[in-house]
Design a protein around this ligand. Sequence first.
Ligand code: IMP
Ligand code: MG
Length: 183
Amino acid sequence: MKHMRDDIKEIFLSEEQIQNRVKELADELCEKYRDKNPLVICVLKGASMFMMDIIKQMDIPLEIDFMAVSSYGSSDKSSGVVKILKDLDKPVEGRDMIIVEDILDTGLTLDYIIRLLWERKPESISVCALLVKEKKEQIRNFEIDYTGFSVRDEFVVGYGLDYNEKYRNLPYIGVLKDEVYSH
Ligand code: IMP
Ligand code: MG
């Protein structure tokens, strides 16, 4: 039987570390959005686990919606092209939006999404990213209001993040063994 764990070289953030941080972020969001009925947007598929965990910890009225974009092919390098695969279900005019994203790498995806959503005249947009990669070449025309963790510029998987669509189901975040890439 194949275990996903066998492909992991190093656990970067444990399940417990992630869940503790999720709780802290949820508390901050609750504080800020208590009377705002925010629209929490999950950027599929990577942010799905993070978003579900965070909203479970938010005991305030809120609504959710999903958006799917692709900025990556099936490799581990950014293609520089952002395409909408699934748009939001409803108009967002006048809404307070929280965009939940898995990871900010080049920044291209979020930059595109944020520009697109501002055109729809929401009241506010804030960004909650689980991971922010520390790298020099990164678009930052926007604030990242809530950051889970800063991570070094290395490819990571787990807790929603994939490599070739796999490893999203790991409850922790880790780095793959080199031989996984060569197969
Ligand atoms: P960006 O547009 O370069 O900021 O990349 C954003 C998207 O690329 C994220 O939403 C992820 O889906 C994917 N991505 C970037 N870095 C990683 C990584 O280290 N592991 C898995 N996916 C990543
Ligand atoms: Mg993704």
